[in-house]
Design a protein around this ligand. Structure first.
Ligand code: HEM
Ligand code: HEM
Length: 402
C-alpha cells in the first residue's frame, strides 16, 4: 500500500456537505415515495428539497474554489474517468431533480403554496403561470424527470459505493479516507487548505434570499397583506359607525375531517340600518381578501393563490345585505349577496341585534357554497377534502351616528 500524500483529504466543508447531502438525498427519495395525501410530508419534501438545491449551489461553488485532492497514482485511467463521470452526473442530478420538483409544483393546476419549514413563503418558478393549464405532456415529462431521476441516483450510488469499496479492499491506496471526517485520529490525512467560504456560502445565501424575497414585492404581496388584523378605518356613509377593534368577520368549514377556519383582518362596512324602517336599510361590506389569516402560513398562502381567492387579480370581495326582515324581538334575516372573483351568490343571513341606546351588538351567520364562488374548484371540486359549505360569521359592535 502506497502512503498518502500529505494533503490528500477533501476539505472539511466538502466532507460535511458530502455526507449531509448524501443522507438528505436518501431521506428525500424515501419521503417522495411515502407522502401520498400527507400534506405535512409534501411540505417537508419541498422544504428539504429547496434546502438541498441551496446546498448544491454552495457545494458547486465550493468545488470550483477548492479543487478535490489529486487522485491516488495507482488508479487506472478508466477508473478515474468513471469516477469523474459518476461525480459529474451526481452534481447534475442534484440540480435537475429539485429544479424539476420546483417546476412541477409551479405548473401544477393545484396551486398549493410552498412554505419552507412552515415559515418562509417560497415563490413558484418565474414565468411558469402560463403553463398550468392544458399542458399534460409537459407535466408528464417534468414528473418523469423528477421521479426517474431518483432511480438514476440509486443506480449511480451503487457504482459509487462499489468503486469506494473496491479501492479499500483491493490493496490499492483507498479513497474512503479522503472523504471520512477527520475524527479518527492521526491516521487520516490532513485536509486541503480551504478558501472562499464567504464567497461560496455568501453568494448562495444572497441568491436564495433574493428568490425568497419575490413574494414580498408586487401586488397581492404579503407586504400589502393586512395580516396584522388591523381593520380598515374607511369611514362608513351609513348611520352606524363600526367599532372595528370589537368586530370580526370569520369563516369556518371542514378540512380533512377536522374543523378549519380563519378571519379577515381588513374590511370596511357601510351600514344604514333602521329597525323601524327595514325597507330602507342596506349594508355594504368590502373585504380585503389578502388579509385572510388562518393561523397556518401554508393555508394563508394557498388561499391567496389563483384557484382560491386569487388575491392578485381580485383583491376585494363585496357583501351586500338587503331584504331585511324581523323574525323576533331582536332577531332578523336578510339576503347576503357575495361578489367574489366575478361571481355572485345570494344566501340568507340570520342575525341577532341588541340595540342599547346608541350602541348595537350584532351576531350573525350565513352559509356560502365554495362552488358558487369558484373557490378551490381545481383541486377539490368534489369537496372530498374541504367542505363545500363555508359558514361566514359576523360579530360586530357599532355606534349610531344620529
Ligand atoms: C434533491 C431533491 C429531491 C429529491 C431526491 C426528490 C425525490 C422525489 C421522489 C423520489 C418522488 C416520488 C416520485 C414518484 O415515484 O412518484 C418525489 C415526488 C415529488 N417531489 Fe420531489 N424530490 C426532490 C426535490 C423536490 C423539490 C425541491 C420539490 C418542490 C419544490 C419536489 C416536489 C415533489 C412533488 C410535488 C412530488 C410528487 C410528484 C407526484 O406525485 O407526481 N421535490 N420527489
Ligand atoms: C446519494 C448519496 C451520495 C452522493 C450524491 C455522493 C456524491 C459524491 C460526489 C459528487 C463526490 C465527488 C466529490 C468531488 O470530487 O467533488 C463524492 C465523492 C466521494 N464519495 Fe460520495 N456520494 C454519496 C454517497 C456516498 C457513500 C454512501 C459513500 C461510501 C462508500 C461515498 C463515498 C465517497 C468517497 C470515498 C468519495 C471520494 C472519492 C474520491 O476521492 O474521488 N459516497 N460523492
Amino acid at each position: 500500500m502506497t502512503s498518502s500524500s500529505p494533503a490528500s483529504r477533501y476539505t472539511a466543508i466538502a466532507i460535511a456537505l458530502h455526507w449531509a447531502m448524501a443522507l438528505l438525498l436518501l431521506f428525500m427519495i424515501w419521503l417522495g415515495w411515502n407522502m401520498d395525501d400527507n400534506e405535512a410530508r409534501y411540505q417537508l419534501h419541498k422544504s428539504v428539497g429547496i434546502t438541498l438545491l441551496f446546498l448544491t449551489v454552495t457545494r458547486i461553488a465550493w468545488r470550483l474554489l477548492n479543487p478535490p485532492p489529486p487522485l491516488a497514482s495507482d488508479m487506472k485511467p478508466y477508473e478515474r474517468t468513471l469516477s469523474h463521470l459518476v461525480h459529474m452526473a451526481f452534481y447534475a442530478l442534484m440540480v435537475i431533480i429539485p429544479l424539476a420538483g420546483w417546476l412541477l409544483v409551479s405548473i401544477s393546476p393545484f396551486q398549493i403554496s410552498t412554505v419552507l419549514f412552515g415559515a418562509i413563503d417560497w415563490p413558484h418558478l418565474p414565468f411558469t403561470s402560463g403553463l398550468r393549464q392544458g399542458n399534460e405532456i409537459l407535466h408528464g415529462i417534468v414528473e418523469n424527470v423528477h421521479s426517474k431521476g431518483a432511480w438514476v441516483i440509486i443506480v449511480l450510488l451503487g457504482l459509487h459505493v462499489a468503486g469506494a469499496v473496491k479501492h479499500e479492499i483491493s490493496g490499492e491506496d483507498g479513497v474512503l479516507k479522503r472523504m471520512i471526517p477527520g475524527l479518527f485520529g492521526k491516521a487520516s490525512p490532513p485536509s486541503l487548505p480551504a478558501r472562499g467560504a464567504l464567497v461560496a456560502f455568501g453568494s448562495s445565501v444572497i441568491l436564495f434570499a433574493l428568490i425568497a424575497a419575490i413574494p414580498l414585492i408586487g401586488p397581492g404581496s404579503s407586504a400589502s397583506r393586512g395580516a396584522s388584523g388591523s381593520a380598515s378605518s374607511a369611514e362608513a356613509a351609513g348611520n352606524w359607525t363600526i367599532d372595528y377593534a370589537a368586530s370580526k368577520i370569520s369563516f369556518s368549514g371542514v378540512y380533512d375531517g377536522k374543523p378549519f377556519g380563519g378571519t379577515f383582518g381588513k374590511w370596511a362596512a357601510d351600514v344604514a340600518f333602521y329597525p323601524e324602517d327595514l325597507a330602507s336599510s342596506a349594508v355594504a361590506v368590502t373585504i380585503d381578501t389578502a388579509s385572510v389569516t388562518t393561523g397556518t402560513k401554508l393555508y394563508d398562502s394557498t388561499l391567496r393563490e389563483a384557484e382560491w381567492f386569487n388575491t392578485g387579480a381580485f383583491p376585494q370581495a363585496e357583501i351586500a345585505l338587503s331584504g331585511f326582515e324581523a323574525t323576533g324581538e331582536e332577531t332578523y334575516t336578510a339576503t347576503a349577496t357575495m361578489m367574489l372573483k366575478g361571481r355572485e351568490t345570494s344566501v340568507p343571513l340570520s342575525f341577532a341585534l341588541k340595540i342599547n341606546g346608541d350602541r348595537a351588538i350584532l351576531d350573525g351567520s350565513a352559509t356560502f357554497s365554495r362552488k358558487a364562488l369558484d373557490l378551490g374548484q381545481m383541486s377539490d371540486a368534489g369537496a372530498s377534502w374541504v367542505s363545500d359549505e363555508i359558514v361566514v360569521e359576523v360579530q360586530g359592535e357599532a355606534t349610531r351616528l344620529d
